[in-house]
Write a protein that binds this ligand. Sequence first.
Ligand SMILES: *Cc1c(COP(=O)(O)O)cnc(C)c1O
Length: 379
Amino acid sequence: MSANKIWLSSPHMGGGEQKYIQEAFASNWVAPLGPNVAGFETDLEHYLNENSFVGALSSGTAAIHLGLVLLGVKRDDEVLCQSMTFSASANPILYQGAVPVFVDSEPDTWNMCPKALEEAIVDRIAKGKKPKAIIAVHLYGMPFKADEIKTVAQKYNIPIIEDSAEALGSHFKGKKCGTFGDIGVLSFNGNKIITTSGGGAIVVPTKELKDRAVFFATQSRDNAPHYQHSEIGYNYRMSNICAGIGRGQMEVLDSHIASRRNVNSFYRDFFASIDGVRVLQEPTSDYFSNHWLSAIVVDSSEIGKTREDLRLALEKENIESRPLWKPMHLQPIFEKYPYYGGNVAEQLFENGLCLPSGSNLSQDDLSRIDGVLKNFFKV
Ligand SMILES: *Cc1c(COP(=O)(O)O)cnc(C)c1O
């Protein structure tokens, strides 16, 4: 293979990052606190624009874990979680010794099905336990059905942890993803829409909750001259160096979103004429996706070939693509836990594929992808 590898989603620096890192070195703020951490948090708070308070952390996974801690989730409590997601949405439930209860997706946004959610809540209550929290995810940047999910959550008075790891910059009815839940979660891992090389953030509605999150994230130190601890602590704060990268990345976030949406338009245009392939797209104009990843489902009975055939055809040309997330209720580590819903997530997993979606894809990259697709679909 001679041509350069085309990645699904790779880091894309804006150019401003090094200035903040150099400042950190010059002032010797090489620690998990400092002016870049505060600055990055302020940048995010302004961007989310909803009276939100943001705590920068070492990862999105840490943010989900602290979200459960803040909500008081303990051993043997039950937590509802979208089944179709990355394992990081669900693992922190087990860190707490709690029990995940998985919920199917609906076919419009591929996110948590409000009907299956209510069915799960009613049945868990009937079985003797009211779930302590709901973890709902905006997969691939597509907002979940926020009105319906919130209505169900409010009806039963269960808090939402909103896993917005993939959806920074997406919005629903003008309200930014990350601000819908009682607790919001962002990720800045290397493959996300902006990266800090590794990092995440927790988004909460009050200063008190933010202070509480930061307290847990910095080893739960009591107010004393010596090290004194009355609660379990974690080492989850973001480093000032990583936050410097984040500040630089915030300067290009909107242009990254525009690029990813252009890539999505390219796929939508291509597949418009191909029956049997559906591109994940906003169901109505209420939804705005950052299109972190562009994803398709292939109807193999119509096409005569499977999504795996397409994945291999792309791989042969050194182009990365990946099946959709394998639902958690089908994962060896999680399959023994309860599951509610039908086979929507399972069908998506079997027939779905994420295509290269980076904001740094060149015109040449898109031409190579176009060539493989034309050849594969014989158009
Ligand atoms: C990336 C991701 C996470 C975890 O974020 P990290 O920063 O990698 O720990 C959680 N949930 C979803 C849906 C993700 O895509």
